[in-house]
Design a protein around this ligand. Structure first.
Ligand SMILES: NC(=O)c1ccc[n+]([C@@H]2O[C@H](COP(=O)([O-])OP(=O)(O)OC[C@H]3O[C@@H](n4cnc5c(N)ncnc54)[C@H](OP(=O)(O)O)[C@@H]3O)[C@@H](O)[C@H]2O)c1
Length: 104
């Protein structure tokens, strides 16, 4: 198992859905800074302009509202883990209603 840089501890792996923006994106940055490998998921491809070096090879493009696509993505996750453990799942993908609501 790969080790964390500067540490004897094995590097932990997080699977994070809804990683491309908002709370998910902030969570990627937080766990990456703490030395975790983060496998990210969202409907869009990894953006070319994103400076995160480990991003493209650990990003899975998936629409989690599509069952068949989700099953394919699960197989992809298993492959990427190469028999290693998944230590955490943050299932954050969803629809955020941030628009102001009409007052009653
Ligand atoms: N912000 C808040 O105040 C708040 C409050 C309570 C709960 N929440 C919940 O917290 C989560 C994150 O909120 P946020 O404000 O950070 O949301 P956001 O900015 O809208 O981000 C949503 C994320 O989910 C991904 N996503 C959406 N539908 C998807 C699908 N079908 N398949 C795969 N990925 C999908 C989006 O990426 P793509 O567009 O690339 O797919 C994006 O990365 C949501 O579940 C939201 O309901 C938020």
């Amino acid at each position: 198992m790969p080790r964390r840089a500067g540490s004897n501890e094995p590097r932990k792996t997080l699977l994070l859905t809804g990683a491309s923006r908002g709370i998910g994106h902030a969570t990627v940055k937080r766990f990456s800074a703490a030395g975790w490998r983060v496998i990210t998921c969202s409907r869009h491809a990894f953006p070319e302009e994103c400076p995160w070096g480990a991003g493209p090879e650990d990003h899975i493009q998936v629409d989690l509202a599509d069952v068949d696509n989700t099953v394919e993505a699960i197989a992809d996750v298993r492959e990427r883990l190469e028999g290693g453990a998944l230590h955490a799942l943050v299932n954050n993908a969803g629809i955020s209603r941030r628009a102001p609501t009409a007052s009653a």
